[in-house]
Design a protein around this ligand. Structure first.
Ligand SMILES: Nc1ncnc2c1ncn2[C@@H]1O[C@H](COP(=O)(O)OP(=O)(O)OP(=O)(O)O)[C@@H](O)[C@H]1O
Ligand SMILES: [Mg+2]
Length: 250
C-alpha cells in the first residue's frame, strides 16, 4: 500500500537531514501505529506522504505508484482538527467532495450517511464550536473518510480528548476500520493506545531516521481492553515505554 524507498529529507539545506535513506512499507489493510519521541519526525513523514513537502532524494509509492503521479493519494487527518469554524458540520464534511467535484445529489446523500455513521445527525447544522472535542474528532475523521482515500494518515487523532472519550473513540475507530477495510497509519504518544489499536507498531529509534523498528502486536481481533492486562502485553508495554524514555534522554 505504502512504500518509502531510500527517502532523505531535511527542512533546510544548512541543517542535517531529519530522515536519511529511510525505507519501509505498509501492507494493504494494515493498522499501523507510528510512535517515537516528540520532535523525532513523525508528522514530517505524514507531510511527505501528502506531498506538502518533497524529499531531497528517494521515492514514495502508494499502491506501487509514485505519489507525484497519483491525485490526492491519502486521507490526512492533521494533528490539530482543522474544521472550518464558519462552516456547519454538514458543510465541513462536504469539503473533500466539493474539491473532488462530486455531483451535488451524491454529495448530499453521502454526507447524510456519514452524519449517521459518526452519530452526529442531530448536529448537521451546528458549527464546530457547538461540539465537544470528541464530536469534533469524529467530524474530522468522517471528513477524512469522505476523501475516498484507502490509505488514512491520522496524526494523534485522540490526543486532545479526556481518558473516557478517548477509549470510546479508539473502539469506534477500530469498528470503522474493519467496516471500511482501509489501511491506517496512526501517530500516537500513547503506548497503550498503539498496542490496543494496531497490528504493527513502527518505532522511530534513531536520529536521523534511517529505519523504523517493526514490532508485531501479538493479538487477534476483535479485541477487548482485557488484552491490556495480559502478561505478555504488559511486558511489551513496559519495554516500549523504556525504549521511548531512553530515546528521549539522548
Ligand atoms: N515547517 C518546519 N520548518 C522547519 N522545521 C520543522 C518544520 N516542521 C517541523 N520541523 C522540525 O522537524 C522536526 C520534526 O518535527 P515533527 O513535527 O515531524 O515531529 P513529531 O515527531 O511529529 O513531533 P510531535 O510528537 O511533538 O508531534 C522538529 O525538530 C521540528 O522542529
Ligand atoms: Mg507530530
Amino acid at each position: 500500500m505504502l512504500d518509502f524507498e531510500n527517502v532523505t529529507f531535511s527542512w533546510s539545506k544548512e541543517k542535517a537531514p531529519l530522515i536519511k535513506d529511510l525505507s519501509f512499507h505498509v501492507t494493504p489493510g494494515a493498522f499501523v501505529a507510528l510512535i517515537g519521541v516528540s520532535g523525532c519526525g513523525k508528522s514530517t513523514i505524514f507531510k511527505l506522504i501528502n506531498r506538502l513537502i518533497q524529499p531531497a532524494s528517494g521515492q514514495i509509492l502508494i499502491r506501487g505508484e509514485d505519489i507525484g503521479k497519483s491525485r490526492g493519494p491519502a486521507g490526512y487527518m492533521p494533528q490539530k482538527d482543522l474544521l472550518f469554524p464558519w462552516r456547519t458540520i454538514r458543510r465541513n464534511l462536504m469539503l473533500p467532495m466539493e474539491i473532488a467535484r462530486v455531483p451535488a445529489k451524491e454529495m448530499e446523500e453521502r454526507t447524510s450517511a456519514m452524519l449517521e455513521e459518526i452519530g452526529l445527525a442531530d448536529y448537521a447544522d451546528k458549527y464546530p464550536h457547538d461540539l465537544s472535542g470528541g464530536m469534533r474528532q469524529r467530524v474530522s475523521f468522517g471528513r477524512t473518510l469522505l476523501t475516498d482515500a484507502d490509505l488514512l494518515l491520522l496524526d494523534e487523532p485522540f490526543s486532545a480528548l479526556d481518558a473516557l472519550t478517548r477509549i470510546n473513540m479508539q473502539e469506534w475507530l477500530l469498528k470503522e476500520w474493519s467496516r471500511y477495510h482501509k489501511t491506517v497509519l496512526f501517530i500516537t504518544h500513547d503506548v497503550e493506545e498503539a498496542i490496543f489499536m494496531s497490528d504493527q507498531i513502527y518505532l522511530v529509534h534513531d536520529r536521523p531516521i534511517r529505519s523504523l523498528e517493526v514490532i508485531d502486536v501479538p493479538a487477534d481481533r476483535p479485541r477487548t481492553r482485557d488484552l491490556l492486562t495480559r502478561p505478555d502485553i504488559v511486558q511489551l508495554k513496559s519495554s516500549l515505554v523504556d525504549r521511548l524514555r531512553k530515546e528521549a534522554s539522548l
